[in-house]
Design a protein. Sequence first.
Length: 472
Amino acid sequence: MQYVSTRGNAPDLDFEAVLLTGLAADGGLYVPSAWPRLSGDDLRGLRGRPYTDVAVEVIARFVGDAPSGTLDRETLAGLIDKAYSVFDHQAAAPLVQLDADTWLMELFHGPTLAFKDYALQLVGQLFDHVLARRGRQVTIVGATSGDTGSAAIEACRDRSAVTVFILHPKGRVSEVQRRQMTTVLSGNVHNIAIEGSFDDCQDLVKAMFNDLAFRSEMSLSAVNSINWVRIAAQITYYVAAAVALGAPDRAVAFSVPTGNFGNVYAAYAARQMGVPIDRLIVGANSNDILDRFFRTGQMRKASVTPTLSPAMDIQISSNFERLLFDLEGRDGAAVAAQMDRFRRDGTFAVSERQLAAAQGVFTSARLDDDGIRQEIARVHRATGMIVDPHTAVGLHAARTAGAEVAVPLVSLACAHPAKFPDAVEAAIGQRPAVPARLRDLFEREERLTTLPADLRAVQEHIRSRAPVGAAA
Ligand SMILES: *Cc1c(COP(=O)(O)O)cnc(C)c1O
């Protein structure tokens, strides 16, 4: 399988290169040169099979033909087994029925209790395997405002080929989120609290990648949400849910709380592969740039408002570029021109025909913080279930924008409510029960280093602690 850049001006790469590369050299994102297919018989063959079998069936199609001894099917299956063995539910992504035709897909059974584990656990295994085979070491550097950092740390801990440095803004992540990162005491995990904001952290990471000498000296790498392999791994749970609810003989629809557009794009990818998905509902919080786009065809940037669903507090949804590539007829130059416009003017628009094509698949809805509290309370009254604020956005979108859907509708539970106890308490007057994985979190030892928002200081710190730096 070959991958092409959405901006049409970077070398084509194979699966392993895409795994290790992340962003394309022309600033674009990698996508498969053609969509692999899951036929009706392929889908029927997946009925009743474990989650890991579905994952092999999906992800092997994105690896393509690999020379034996590299990422052949057997090796891939072994890595997939290891990745999902740490999940605490046999079905990995179980469906819970809410009413006659609505289901909740629980995506919080991984080590950090949010859906990012479903992709990052596998990416961690793949990174380690491919790098060890090549005799290489990389230094992963990332910034986090909360959930991504802990998922990346859990995915990389104790892996010999990677050393991971995660920057978070000191005092500006919740105590649960901080402790999920800083209580991982593995020698290859380094937490840095930056005296500054999340934007400062992100700027520092960008500056390190732009310092080409430092980048090559440290073999810098990223596991951020534009990595194609994260998308490929996420396609699995859409296929598993569709098959469980009757695909290929019955279609389904999904409602997805959306920030960077990675998760809902994976659902779109499943549809492109042949899974019968009638409709995709994009749930937005007050940061509603995508909701406005799907109504008007115009993308217009606004400033970011902090909300009760912080993982969706995003104005530039990087993975949207992958959908735009298809809307533009896979014309990389056209995508590059649109993205240039967006960077320069903070806005771009698609044609009526392109908007109609997008609206043929996607519907959207938005929910502000008052609405989130009301939705958590409504679900609790109706079902006794406690949902997190992100899940509430998806459920509300399913109920409103999904009212016309005539097939089973699956809403995604992207995080465990115990990660957001204050928002839950504000909505229903009680705190969610603490799951086993978090039970002794507040007794565990923490390890972190505090540094000023200063590039030289952070680079010195990383250089002195990464094995590649120490060896150089
Ligand atoms: C990351 C995240 C999202 C947003 O997902 P995208 O793939 O960025 O659209 C939503 N909810 C939770 C809990 C998350 O961690």
